[in-house]
Design a protein around this ligand. Sequence first.
Ligand code: TXA
Ligand code: MG
Length: 322
Amino acid sequence: MPRISTDLDRAVALLRAGGVVAIPTETVYGLAADARNPAAVRRVFAIKGRPADHPLIVHIAAAEAMPEWARDIPEAAWRLARHFWPGPLTLILQRAPGVPDEVTGGQNTVGLRVPDHPLTLELLRRFGGGLAAPSANRFGRISPTRPEHVVAELDEAIDLILDGGPCSVGVESTIVDLTGRRPTVLRPGRVSLEALEHVLGEPVALSTGEDGVRAPGTLAAHYAPATPVLLLPLERLWEEAARRVAAGERVGVLTYGLPRTCPGVFVLRLPGQPAAYARELYAALRAMDEAGYACILVETVPETSEWLAVANRLKRAATAHR
Ligand code: TXA
Ligand code: MG
């Protein structure tokens, strides 16, 4: 039987039996297991090669299921859920009793989200419970945004890959922690700080993420291709490219600005609009990684809030090789 399929009945049966299934979401593909089954969740960690103290996001079918996973749910959570779910927003809440330690990494909080993908929403409804799912990549590597990326990352290790086509958002969900004194974004994503503030009617903080332990997705070396990535403004980028080509290196360039040709340099041009850029970023990094360049030179993106999620991922891809 094909491991890439759209067979929801088979996916539900596998998940009920403690299996691991790759699922499409609007952000990136996830590696899902029954969140109430500790052995199944441990398999997810083993497949990813992820340290056991890193918590997973629980995907649920609707906001009404929040109380099954969280307690002392603040009004802010209901408000954000009403406004942004299904959608690319994860809420960190106090965990309800009985949520397995395997899911929360032993913390007293739990991450919840309703993903906006028709196939996975239908899967969640039929499954009836919550699905613990990190991104379907090996620990520290680029998240998959197409089913074939999951095949490339995890190969034979998983039971089934649900084919939901390419992901429409392309970078991981915005994570907002609602357990502190003030709402705090732990990981920027498509849902912006301003959008959160607008819905909440109060200021939202942005964590620098350097504390790493609570949200490994914010560790410096994350989302990294194997090839070294250098982030440079356009002019310096072309100088660097020319210098490296003269030194005999094969160089790849990722730009969104005016395309330019430079002998010996492979140029990949992404859209100049942040949402469209985000949608294509991981596939582009993956393609350049596979092409075997000595390095990937990436044009820096604007320091505006609409580019924040992309800038965050690029910085981490570059930092991984310092
Ligand atoms: O868009 C997404 O969020 C994707 C799709 C599959 O839903 N998932 C994803 O999962 O990116 P993962 O495991 O690669 O990243 C989840 C992030 C991690 O940085 C983790 O530390 C954080 O969420 N997280 C999960 N539960 C948490 C908790 N209780 N407290 C703090 N951070 C938490
Ligand atoms: Mg991840």
